[in-house]
Design a protein around this ligand. Structure first.
Ligand code: HSE
Length: 306
């Protein structure tokens, strides 16, 4: 195989109660990238559409991750990369994860599937280090595995795929303001009272149980965040209004997508998810801030060949 074009999905990390530990992949939104083998060794980024990102391979997340795989596999070829960013960096939708996971997946295909999904996740986590300084797995694992993932352990890395009910739909509003993950992580408390921890991990158990048993009420009741949301929501205009409107129009639960500013809501069925989109729209229309709204199913496949 000489070249490969791939789709790397946008992802929703944390799902409120699972900071750094849970993520899901979206079907309706993601980046596209074309990887072509070259005779000259090294990685070259030749085109980036849709975002102002560095062309220097060692400063570009896709370039960093692609180079790690090529070096590890000790190949005698190089790579040219073209990138179509369909959602902006600093969105809370896993933009750097899509670049890193997409690169890991694509290069692995060109190498004849040398590496496992777990190994690809580890490579892509180095892209997160390049992007925000932390080796976070929730977005990249969701992007590589697809569906809903639990990062059960970071050391050793253990990723568990969790089933989701087929009728679960996601609504996202992406206000076009950039929040850098690095900055959003600075407002996360260093420690929390044991009472708060109990509430948080009880909801993680509730959410996982609800997903396994298709118990929509339990899923909704468990989408709560006592640890991160109280601080991070202050960075997101109209967060409380959007969440309230989403719940009033039938969403099971709503919260901050990843490190924000995007806000996600989970609903039972497309009709409710679209209704939630309409009310999010109403809340944001008067803000003067540009925004995009998406309704999506959960992507079963994660990153895939186009
Ligand atoms: N879990 C991460 C965070 C997601 O909330 O900071 C962003 O990569």
């Amino acid at each position: 195989m000489e070249s490969i074009k791939i789709f790397a999905p946008a992802t929703v990390a944390n799902l409120s109660c699972g900071y750094d530990a849970m993520g899901l992949a979206l079907e309706a939104l993601g980046d596209e990238m074309l990887f072509t083998k070259t005779n000259t060794k090294g990685v070259r980024i030749s085109k980036i559409y849709g975002a102002d990102l560095p062309y220097e391979a060692d400063k570009n997340v896709a370039g960093v991750v692609a180079k790690l795989l090529l070096d590890d596999a000790k190949v005698d070829f190089g790579l040219d990369i073209e990138i179509w960013k369909n959602f902006k960096p600093g969105s809370g939708l896993g933009s750097s994860a899509a670049s890193g996971a997409g690169a890991a997946f694509a290069v692995n295909q060109l190498l004849g599937s040398k590496y496992s999904k777990l190994e690809l996740t580890k490579f892509a986590m180095q892209g997160e280090v390049a992007a925000c300084g932390s080796a976070i797995a929730d977005n990249v694992a969701a992007c590589i595995y697809g569906g809903f993932v639990l990062v059960r352990s970071y050391d050793p890395l253990d990723i568990v795929s969790i089933p989701t009910p087929s009728d679960l739909a996601v609504t996202i509003i992406h206000p076009q303001i950039e929040i850098k993950t690095e900055d959003a992580r600075k407002v996360v408390p260093d420690s929390i009272p044991i009472k708060t921890a109990v509430s948080q991990w009880a909801n993680v158990g509730g959410l996982i149980s609800g997903l396994y048993s298709s118990n929509y009420d339990l899923i909704g009741a468990s989408i709560q965040d006592f640890v991160v949301e109280p601080q991070r929501k202050l960075l997101i205009p109209k967060f409380d209004d959007v969440k309230k409107a989403a719940l009033e129009s039938g969403a099971l639960g709503a919260g901050i997508s990843g490190s924000g500013p995007s806000i996600f809501a989970l609903s039972k069925g497309d009709a409710t998810a679209k209704q939630v989109a309409e009310t999010m729209d109403l809340v944001y229309a008067s803000t003067g801030i540009d925004y995009n709204i998406y309704v999506s199913h959960i992507s079963k496949n994660g990153t895939r060949v186009l």
